[in-house]
Design a protein around this ligand. Structure first.
Ligand code: NAD
Length: 329
């Protein structure tokens, strides 16, 4: 007798798929550590070849507290990985020209392999400021992958730097042995830094990709088709169980700080420890995916501790690669 293989043929799988089993929670921190461990030998080889460590330079403008926390995490991770770092802090009333001058200085330095300008830039710099900054970063040092040259290379599947968040998600799917080829993937969000490059990377890996956004009709219905669902929206808990096919892999990119007590109670009803944390601190970080999706999904990334650490690990990987290219070029 032939063994039943698909969920519909095998009643045990069917029961499993329907939601009796809670989702496997993917440990982004552990995978990020593996990625960094794998970089150690490459960092040592660069040190040997160039006579210095791979070097990441970051510029930050203004005093947005969240941005400063992100920058500190990136610098600390780079230093812990044995890499060199430079930090340039500009006052919030700096002009775009002053910011571009810092980027040009980083571009010219033979000691710097990777450049990152922390977003967002102060609103006073004008609407196109970020674009002008991305246009100015040397594509060979564009470890964030936001320049139009990097975006073009990604779109044409040529070698270059892919943005760290979507690149980290692909790395995580691979390391967790979650199949991409042939999967139906739905990406909610179409930003240049997450949604679009995510769709591109999934497509390059032979997933069948749909991109959704704020004007998508019947968003839950489209999302429910996904074997791999990526939420990159910026709306706390928007993705609820009715968006998720039983057993799907759900990747939560969102990072939303919730300060409203009712909203926190609604989102964290099943997570009493985190609710206590909210009551102590008055705010809590939550994703775009409602925590009760864990009852429907097959695998789920948590917030915090999911995609965030992977993003930083991929920034390290891109910086090491930039240094290797300098070594070989
Ligand atoms: P963005 O604001 O540039 O884009 C959001 C996208 O979501 C847009 O394309 C918009 O069309 C879509 N959208 C908005 N409301 C929607 C709705 N109601 N229904 C469907 N689609 C909707 O944001 P972004 O820069 O792509 O970031 C998205 C989220 O990911 C944010 O919470 C951000 O903080 C987080 N983020 C996390 C990391 C990380 O390392 N974990 C990195 C980057 C961004």
């Amino acid at each position: 007798m032939r063994l039943a293989e698909t969920p519909c043929e095998n009643p045990r799988f069917f029961a499993h798929g329907i939601k009796q089993m809670p989702a496997r929670i993917i440990d982004g921190k552990a995978i990020a550590q593996q990625i960094r461990d794998d970089l150690a030998a490459r960092i040592a080889a660069v040190r040997e070849g160039l006579g210095r460590s791979p070097h990441l330079a970051i510029a930050i403008v203004g005093d947005d507290p969240a941005s400063h926390v992100y920058v500190r995490n990136k610098l600390r991770t780079a230093e812990d990985s044995g890499m060199g770092v430079t930090l340039e802090t500009l006052p919030g009333d700096s002009t775009l020209d002053e910011t571009l001058a810092v980027v040009e200085r980083f571009n010219m330095s033979a000691q710097i392999d990777g450049i990152l300008v922390q977003s967002p830039l102060p609103a006073g710099m004008g609407r196109n400021a970020a674009q002008r900054v991305f246009d100015t970063i040397d594509p060979g040092k564009d470890v964030d992958g936001f320049s139009p040259i990097s975006a073009g290379h990604l779109s044409q599947k040529r070698s270059g730097f892919a943005p760290c968040t979507p690149a980290g998600i692909i790395e995580m799917l691979d390391r967790e042995r979650l199949a991409i080829e042939g999967a139906r993937a739905v990406v909610i969000g179409r930003s240049d830094i997450v949604g679009k490059p995510m769709a591109m990377l999934l497509m390059h890996r032979n997933a069948t990709v749909t991109v959704c956004h704020s004007r998508t009709r019947d968003l839950p219905g489209v999302a429910r088709e996904a074997d791999i669902l990526v939420a990159a929206i910026g709306r706390a808990g928007l993705v609820t169980q009715d968006f998720v096919k039983p057993g799907a892999v759900v990747i939560d990119v969102g990072m939303n700080r919730v300060t409203d007590a009712d909203e926190a109670r609604q989102l964290l009803a099943s997570q009493p420890k985190r609710l206590k944390l909210f009551e102590r601190r008055g705010s809590v970080l939550v994703g775009d995916v409602h925590p009760n999706v864990a009852e429907t999904a097959g695998a789920l990334t948590p917030v915090p501790g999911g995609v965030g650490p992977l993003t930083i690990a991929m920034l390290m990987a891109n910086t090491v690669r930039a240094a290797e290219l300098r070594l070989s070029g």
